[in-house]
Design a protein around this ligand. Structure first.
Ligand SMILES: *Cc1c(COP(=O)(O)O)cnc(C)c1O
Length: 397
């Protein structure tokens, strides 16, 4: 049995007529840059995320870049972030001449550890506060501990930019100042949230695309201007931006798909539950397979909320590289996100990377493996994947 890591074909077949209609509409309009398709989709993403504004951008990377540029982050500024993420999280910081300051991850969530962030911010304040932004990542589709980051943001007067590229629609149990708990969505937990519509994300386009959500109207106006070379009005530039615009054709296709997003999230969650059942039935849980933790599952009312959207289903295993090869040899798709931490990347100057060690991030990079979890995955495919993993760990015993 063949089990791809991701198969977008069934989704395409289901939506082909609607997607073709959307494509034809844009084609016939002859208006290909920004315009009504983009603004309509922006309004829908803002409403979906619970923010007042959304700005369509050319990719998740450009959403992060535009956010940092709009905050005037530049040469030798520092940005507090996680060492365990996709490269873009750090890449945008470096491109602006700023430097990442890393804190290790919480091994339960794979997300930036708030206690360590607090300690680093306190030390930085003593040094004259060079840290200009906090950039947590909601890795694999589960939010970072945003209650803590919001508190640190308020205490230090530093904005939080959420890298929500993998987490559109993920909910976090935020306790409001009046003590009431409210499940807020990714992108509505900091100053702004940055989304990616890369085809493998839960909401994926037919090419690159991104979005920034915020409820700060001044900030959204700056991002809007930055995405279009900082022109305001046209041909008059008070600031330098870039061409970071979302294509009308992507907005039109994504608007079709947005109607199905919650249904796809649901299918991913059900697939995760099926995995858990099979791993339990075969006696593999923590022996030796560590399953992904749903860190907010114990919060009151969690069952009714999407606290993990499972952009990826990540297990931790011994002999990870051998297991990966074993699965691949049997036509089971799997992937390592990410084999090398950000602080270990060669593009960093030695004085930045030397002597930096983040043991939890490094452990995650060494032992984690993504299994297929896409919405159209079949229950028998999941059973097969788990059986093959059982077979791998039973070799020679
Ligand atoms: C996908 C991703 C990005 C970048 O998004 P693109 O649309 O590919 O530019 C940034 N951060 C994280 C965590 C991602 O997973």
């Amino acid at each position: 049995m063949k089990v791809p890591l991701l198969d977008l074909q069934p989704q395409l077949e289901q939506l082909r007529p609607q997607m073709l209609a959307a494509l034809t509409r844009v084609l016939d309009s002859t208006g290909y840059i920004l315009g009504p398709e983009v603004s309509a989709f922006e309004e829908r993403v803002a409403a979906y995320s619970g923010t007042s504004f959304a700005v369509g951008l050319s990719s998740g990377t450009d959403a992060l870049l535009a956010a940092l540029m709009s905050l005037n982050i530049g040469r030798n500024d520092l940005v507090l972030t996680t060492p365990y993420s996709f490269f873009a999280t750090m890449g945008v910081v470096l491109r602006l001449g700023a430097w990442p300051v890393f804190v290790d991850i919480d091994p339960k969530s794979f997300n930036m550890d708030a206690d360590q962030a607090e300690a680093v911010l306190a030390a930085d304040r003593k040094n004259g506060q060079q840290i200009k932004a906090i950039l947590p990542v909601h890795l694999y589709g589960q939010c970072a501990d945003m209650q803590r980051f919001a508190a640190l943001s308020a205490e230090y007067g530093i904005p939080v930019v959420e890298d929500a590229a993998q987490a559109i629609g993920a909910e976090y149990p935020f306790v409001e100042p009046d003590g009431t708990a409210q499940w807020r969505r990714a992108g509505n937990l900091g100053l702004c949230g940055c989304f990616s519509f890369f085809p493998s994300k839960n909401l994926g386009g037919i090419g690159d695309g991104g979005m920034l959500t915020t409820s700060d109207s001044d900030f959204s106006a700056v991002v809007r201007s930055i995405r279009n070379h900082g022109a305001e009005p046209k041909y008059f530039h008070q600031r330098v931006g870039g061409n970071f615009r979302l294509d009308a054709i992507q907005a039109a296709v994504l608007a079709v798909k947005l109607d199905y997003l919650d249904q796809w999230h649901q299918a991913r969650a059900e697939n995760a539950a099926i995995y858990r059942q099979h791993f339990a039935d075969l006696g593999l849980v923590n022996n030796p397979v560590e399953l992904p933790m749903e860190v907010y599952a114990e919060v009151a009312g969690a069952a009714e909320h999407r606290h993990h959207i499972y952009n990826q289903f990540i297990i931790r295993v011994p002999e990870r590289d051998e297991l990966r090869r074993y699965l691949q040899d049997r036509q089971i798709g799997c992937e390592i996100y990410y084999p090398l931490c950000l602080h270990q990347q060669e593009c960093l100057p030695a004085q930045v990377s030397r002597n930096q060690h983040f043991s939890e991030a490094e452990k995650a990079a060494a032992g984690s493996l993504a299994l297929p979890i896409y919405p159209d995955l079949q229950a028998e495919q999941i059973a097969y994947v788990v059986e093959i993993i059982k077979e791998f760990y039973s070799r020679g015993s």
